[in-house]
Design a protein around this ligand. Structure first.
Ligand code: SF4
Ligand code: SF4
Length: 533
């Protein structure tokens, strides 16, 4: 292990961050395995720290600033109350079992550290080691939940539980993408990603502390307005109608999105961010489904048109409220199944985690668009001309769909059929690296966090992209990173822009359906435009 902050430093009463990373500590960014690209990265600027006890040079949370020992004590007691609830079946029946396994069994072999892109990119910064936050929670668990005592302290160690420690732990829960690559690597099945998730949950559910992007402008806005974008139903319908008209002109085909069709085979639910940021994505879905003769609809019910469920990342109660809204929209329309569009966390939310919640007539069949699209392409219902996609294409595997759900092949079957120059990143599939925007990072834009995720959490993905196109980095040759997930796409856009890769190497990003439409023989050529967006 490298020297670095120990566990006791978390309790330090100092306004100096525990970690200050400078450019020289980060793993080098290489082109063709040789040229260091460090100069392209801006340093993480020390910022005015609004939190009393900062962790590093970035900040996600607006924490309380207690002014007296008594105020601190109230916050620490609240934390302890949440800690006890995390370990009670009554309050945490969903995740207690894997959490206990993680607390009770860790061989401290550090295999997981080598698997973590954040730890690696930071040059091995101790506080980003996957086991660092787990070890703190483990010590607190043995001492404050299981009873502690001298023997426990000797056996498991201890940490000073005070407000500085609690405050830094809250922030530390947001230096993990919840990608669970570490859990996959662990020979015992210990899940350090789950630990970060459970700590976030404790702070949100017990102390009301969560990033505003996930809670106030995320779950709360979605439940109130119908979408975390703030678009109410009338606005979303207007926007989609406008997209339909634009896409019809662009593709040279009629495009019409059906709304609120009772009994349709498919209720398609997009991440509504696509409608605002990447209209060609919902437009491409419309073109494909209409041309393939699919019976489908969108819903204008509150939350029925936005698959986002940020509760997945920080709060089980908010997660449940949004998941039920999604299922209710489908039940009302009596559709045969719900299909989730290009959004990874929405896949995991509604297709997997909601299984524990949606019972009876809310348990409506749910499917990924990836298998639906693969079946359409394989059926021959679309006339496809792969020569229209005659440029190098690679695939980013969204962690939620691939490692965490096992959807690996359908997207590859499609790409092999329509992209003659498709090539894999290394590693890929379930061994992929997170884009660095996972677990909500891609939408967190305050303070220096965009710098942090472009330099640290996204660094490994950027290196993979540069490596996979190392034979064709010349900007004369356009290249395409296919990222079939809205959040991954946003992070990859930010990465390519931050490190000047679009300008220097002409690497574009986009979704999967756009590539399919670009290859459709009856669509006007040039659906994919080689302009930065
Ligand atoms: S979590 Fe697993 S891989 Fe990591 S140190 Fe513990 S036993 Fe080893
Ligand atoms: S879940 Fe991912 S980001 Fe978090 S510690 Fe594990 S490997 Fe690192």
């Amino acid at each position: 292990m490298k020297d670095g902050p120990g566990f006791s430093d978390m309790s330090r009463r100092s306004s100096e961050p525990l970690l200050r990373l400078d450019d020289t500590q980060l793993s080098p960014l290489l082109i063709d395995g040789a040229t260091a690209r460090r100069g392209a990265a801006k340093p993480l600027l020390p910022q005015a720290q609004a939190n009393q006890y900062p962790l590093d040079d970035s900040r996600v949370l607006a924490l309380p600033t207690p002014q007296t020992p008594e105020e601190e004590e109230i916050l620490v007691r609240s934390f302890l109350s949440g800690l006890e609830k995390l370990f009670s079946r009554e309050n945490n029946w969903t995740f207690l079992q894997p959490l206990l396994l993680t607390m009770e069994h860790c061989a401290r072999c550090q295999t997981c550290s080598d698997a973590c892109h954040i730890f690696e990119a930071s040059g091995g910064a101790e506080i980003y080691r996957p086991t660092y936050r787990s070890e703190i929670l483990r010590r607190l668990y043995f001492e404050h939940v299981k009873g502690g005592g001298l023997l426990s302290r000797w056996q498991h160690g201890s940490v000073d539980l005070n407000w500085p420690m609690v405050a830094r732990l809250a922030e530390l829960a947001y230096r993990c993408n919840l990608c669970r690559r570490c859990a996959q690597a662990c020979p015992i099945g210990v899940d350090n990603g789950l630990v970060a998730h459970e700590i976030r949950k404790l702070f949100s559910q017990e102390m009301g502390i969560a990033p505003k992007e996930l809670h106030a402008s995320g779950s709360m806005l979605q439940l109130k307005a119908g979408s975390s974008t703030g678009m109410p139903p009338a606005v979303v319908k207007d926007n989609v109608q406008f997209i339909d008209e634009e896409m019809a002109e662009k593709a040279g085909l009629p495009v019409e999105t059906p709304w609120d069709v009772e009994g349709a085979d498919i209720l398609l639910v997009h991440n509504a961010g696509e409608i605002l940021a990447w209209p060609e994505n919902p437009g491409a879905f419309g073109i494909i489904l209409n041309q393939a003769g699919v019976s489908w609809t969108m819903s204008s019910d509150l939350a029925g048109y936005d698959s986002v469920n940020y509760g997945l990342w920080y709060d089980d109660a908010q997660f449940a409220r949004v998941a039920v809204r999604h299922a209710e929209a489908a039940r009302k329309l009596k559709v045969k199944k719900i299909v989730i569009g290009e959004c990874g966390h929405a896949h995991k939310s509604l297709l997997v985690i909601a299984d524990r919640l949606l019972t009876g007539d809310l348990n409506i069949p749910r499917e990924s668009f990836l298998t639906v699209l693969r079946d359409i392409v394989a059926s021959g219902r679309l006339e496809l001309d792969p020569s229209r996609n005659a440029f190098p294409v690679t695939l980013h595997d969204p962690c939620n769909m691939v490692r965490l759900m096992g959807i690996v092949e359908p997207q590859r079957e499609i790409l092999r059929a329509i992209c003659p120059q498709f090539r894999e990143m290394h590693p890929h599939g379930v061994d992929n690296y997170c884009c660095g925007g996972g677990s909500g990072f891609a939408i967190m834009s305050g303070n220096t966090f965009p710098d942090w995720r472009s330099q640290i959490s996204g660094r490994k993905k950027l290196q993979q992209i540069l490596d996979v196109f190392s034979d064709c980095l010349d900007p004369a040759q356009p290249k395409y990173v296919c990222a079939p997930c809205s959040n991954c796409k946003g992070q990859i856009r930010d990465l390519l822009a931050y490190h000047d890769v679009w300008k220097a190497n002409r690497i574009q990003y986009g979704g999967l359906v756009e590539l399919v439409v670009n290859a459709m023989a009856d669509v006007k050529p040039g659906f994919i435009e080689w302009e930065w967006h």
